[in-house]
Design a protein around this ligand. Structure first.
Ligand code: GZL
Length: 334
């Protein structure tokens, strides 16, 4: 009798598996797939850009501290080493691993449709965090949560318009982040808009430091070799600003509240606010990386069968070296 039951049970599973082979991602297939996650934890696959900056490391820390076994999750983390190909491979691994949710922090806006379609066909919701993606089908992701980068840049430009109100012939060095990322696109567009509005402003040098301190120093050294007489450095994140400050120190050039180069930065990390408090960075626009709890709220809504908002912007502020306090700097969570 037992042998007969076993045979019937195996035939049923084979039939179930065959039903899901038509690539339609039929319910039968999904039931069979979910059987793989038997430990009762919610399984989350997180594809991270890399570890290029303080901001990025804080973002990873926030996700790791949120999706713990104690809180009922199993987190698969992948560091994309700042290569989109690695992130796409990670997404495909998460699909094979049959995770319950995929979280993607995309390095750039383009090139995700194929992998995200595969996730959709596998019935796995995708939550995009931080930077935005451009997709032919918005159904390829369930929800996006991140920053309004154009608004961040607009905050910096408004500060510049006030500070340099009657200034003639303002010479700006523009250090961009990773090209094609929403953070770079939005912050750059805001500066370009400011330059078109202010005829006395001129971008005299521009290059990408890829959001890292090492490249930020190299780019600043190149700026200084080409153009010594720069008034403002519009720097699209703190780590590149730290590199630029190293280059200025080595060239023995003045910057900050004591006169000389005016440095504007983005992220407002703890280290960035220390530089702002010291007067080395004149204005620092916050970009908040603490997305772990925000993503968890979206996953909990989905677990409860609710429909989360498609697009969620996080609230952010900015810090001026003339007014920032020690308390604000010390209370920085990242
Ligand atoms: C912004 C984020 C950017 C940060 C950089 O949300 O994508 O990437 O500004 C980080 O520090 O490398």
């Amino acid at each position: 009798m037992r042998k007969k039951t076993l045979v019937l049970h195996s035939l049923f599973l084979i039939a179930l598996a065959l039903l899901s082979c038509d690539g339609s991602g039929s319910d039968a297939g999904k039931i069979a797939e979910k059987a793989a996650n038997t430990d009762g934890l919610i399984v989350v696959g997180f594809s991270q850009v890399g570890a290029e900056s303080d901001w990025r490391r804080a973002n990873t820390k926030s996700m790791r501290e949120t999706f713990t076994k104690e809180k009922g999750y199993k987190l698969f983390f992948n560091d994309g080493q700042q290569k989109q190909a690695n992130q796409i491979a990670a997404i495909r691994n998460f699909i094979r691993t049959k995770v319950d949710y995929i979280v993607l922090a995309p390095i750039s806006e383009q090139g995700w449709d194929e992998a995200l379609k595969e996730a959709k066909d596998a019935g796995i919701p995708v939550i995009v965090v931080d930077r935005m993606i451009q997709t032919s089908n918005p159904a390829f992701f369930t929800s996006w949560i991140g920053s309004d980068f154009r608004k961040e840049g607009g905050t910096a430009v408004a500060w510049m318009e006030k500070k340099f109100k009657d200034r003639k012939n303002l010479k700006i060095a523009h250090m961009q982040g990773s090209m094609g990322s929403s953070a770079q696109i939005g912050r750059t567009e805001a500066l370009q808009e400011g330059v078109s509005r202010n005829v006395e402003w001129k971008v005299v040098v521009r290059d990408s430091g890829d959001f890292t301190q090492v490249k930020g120093k190299e780019v600043m050294e190149r700026f200084l070799s080409e153009y010594r007489d720069i008034d403002v450095l519009y720097c699209e994140n703190d780590n590149m600003a730290f590199g630029a400050i190293q280059a200025m120190d080595e060239a023995r050039l003045p910057y900050g509240l004591r006169g000389g180069l005016v440095i504007i930065s983005f992220d407002a990390t703890r280290a960035g606010l220390e530089q702002t408090l010291a007067g080395n960075i004149a204005f620092n626009v916050e970009c908040n990386p603490l997305h772990g709890p925000r993503v968890e709220r979206i996953i909990q809504q989905l677990q409860e069968g609710k429909k989360p908002n498609k697009i969620v912007y996080v609230d952010e502020t900015a810090f001026d070296a003339a007014t920032i306090t020690r308390e604000e700097t010390n209370s920085r969570a990242y």
